[in-house]
Design a protein around this ligand. Structure first.
Ligand code: GRF
Length: 209
């Protein structure tokens, strides 16, 4: 099976990017990270890429006169590396419908809540302030909305009455590091199928078990 070429877009720490790289190194994901792109020159994810000798670059929004040109540069870099799956891992920008249409159902994101609850920023704080007893994380395909695309995988995490946004974030993050590689693996195995907004997951073939 040929390896699926993955492009990661990340703005910061990059712990999810790391979890995906680790899963590839462990032979769990039939893919390769072809490029990591950040919009932030001081992002830790760029250091991680350098350490692991993954092609990486920084494309700053401020270097372009408008969002369309910035996204053109992102898309050109992804296409130059032959990327077949775009993984958003803490990428702090909303992508335009024009960009998304260049990679139809080939862009994934992870969000730290059980969508459609608590979209947008500070999902963990939103869950605590709402008084939710359960939150969690969601991997979804990206559509034109903010955290509204078809759900691929979700996992719940209990919210304790004395949780702070920080310790709830840490517990959810541990689960993210399991869930995101699993979703990427399913994509790379060709097991994800979208029927309108329902994502069907094929059963594993014998050799994949
Ligand atoms: C994670 O909490 C993820 O759910 C959200 O952004 C954060 C990124 O963390 N989309 P990291 O950069 O992967 O460590």
């Amino acid at each position: 099976m040929t390896k699926v070429k993955i492009g990661i877009l990340a703005s910061g720490r990059g712990s999810n990017a790391q979890a995906i790289l680790d899963s590839i190194a462990a032979g769990v994901i039939n893919g390769q990270v072809a490029v990591i792109i950040s919009d932030n020159p001081t992002a830790q994810v760029l250091e991680r890429a350098e350490k692991q000798q993954i092609p990486a670059c920084c494309i700053e929004r401020s270097a372009f006169s408008d969002k369309r040109r910035f996204e053109e540069a992102l898309a050109a870099e992804l296409e130059r590396h032959g990327v077949q799956l775009v993984v958003l891992a803490g990428f702090m920008r909303l992508l335009s419908p024009h960009f998304i249409s260049r990679f139809p159902r080939k862009i994934m994101n992870i969000h730290p809540s059980l969508l459609p609850a608590f979209p947008g920023l500070d999902a963990q704080g939103q869950a605590i302030r709402y008084g939710a007893k359960v939150s969690g994380c969601t991997v979804h395909f990206v559509d034109e909305g903010m955290d509204t695309g078809p759900v691929i995988l979700q996992q719940a995490v209990a919210v304790a009455s004395d949780d702070t946004p920080q310790n709830l974030s840490e517990r959810i993050l541990q689960v993210e590091h399991e869930l995101y590689p699993r979703a990427v693996q399913l994509f790379c195995q060709g097991r994800l199928h979208c029927e309108s907004r329902i994502v069907r997951i094929d059963a594993a073939k014998e050799e994949e078990k």
